[in-house]
Design a protein around this ligand. Structure first.
Ligand code: Z5A
Length: 213
């Protein structure tokens, strides 16, 4: 049996990853592919508990950046071994709403922990399980945050309470990462209408892998 494909979606908050992942999932399933959607942090029972600590639980409020890095890595290590690898080995498409690039950018750059330690942690958490292709949905911080506020009515989780300057570092970091890894990244202008983006993603996947054929 052929191995599956592993595709990740990255970008700062409100860029529309979750919307596009669902649409791609429907398209792939519509032509008979097996598809698994994952989100991070989360995607396993353990990972969802870690997600609560990272985002909502009062116990997480005073978290250090180092603890944060370790928790994201723990959630991912569980997801990779219990869910992602078995599915890829069984021939499925795995569509990940965030993966190791989020740690590189949020903890390594925006929190300032640095490339070296984050790279060690990422390697330990994921081993050789890396995305074949990554869609980066780029959007201005103002527009992305407006979308999130409109959706949540102003309620923010622990990460969302960071200032705009934090998310500016995230945006610049992602653009640089994509620029340095053109063979893996597809950069998209996420301010476009969702229907247009859906087609761009589909066209890109078809060019790369002939998914629809
Ligand atoms: N994090 C980290 O620090 N380190 C890590 O290693 C990992 C994560 C894995 C996870 O948050 C947080 O954890 C995140 C990074 C950090 N921190 N922040 N901030 P999450 O899982 O709760 O949320 P998110 O990943 O940031 O995604 P999101 O905020 O839910 O947004 P999204 O998935 O990118 O967008 P969406 O849900 O598809 O769309 C948002 C809204 O915009 C919604 O109302 C849509 O209807 C609308 N939308 C979508 N597309 C469009 C277009 N094209 N036009 C107009 N409106 C649109």
């Amino acid at each position: 049996m052929a191995l599956g494909r592993f595709i990740s979606f990255e970008g700062s908050e409100g860029c529309g990853k979750s919307t596009q992942i669902k649409r791609l999932c429907e398209r792939l399933q519509g032509i008979g592919h097996e598809v698994l959607l994952t989100r991070e942090p989360g995607g396993t029972e353990l990972g969802e508990c870690i997600r609560d600590l990272l985002q909502h639980a009062p116990e997480g409020e005073n978290m250090t950046s180092e603890s944060e890095l370790l928790l994201f890595a723990a959630s991912r290590a569980q997801l990779v071994r219990r869910v992602i690898k078995p599915k890829i080995n069984a021939g499925a498409y795995v569509l990940a709403d965030r993966f190791h690039d989020s740690t590189t950018i949020y903890q390594g750059i925006a929190r300032g922990l640095g490339e070296e330690i984050v790279s060690v942690m990422n390697d330990f958490a994921v081993g050789d399980c890396l995305p074949d292709c990554t869609f980066l949905l780029d959007i201005s911080v103002v527009e992305g945050r407006e979308r999130i506020r409109a959706r949540s009515g102003g309620q923010e989780d622990r990460m969302e309470r960071e200032p705009d300057s934090f998310f500016e570092k995230v945006r610049v970091g992602y653009l640089e990462l994509a620029n340095n890894n053109p063979e893996r990244f597809v950069l998209l202008d996420a301010s476009k209408p969702a229907d247009e983006l859906e087609l761009e993603i589909w066209d890109n996947l078809n060019k790369k892998y002939g998914v629809g054929s």
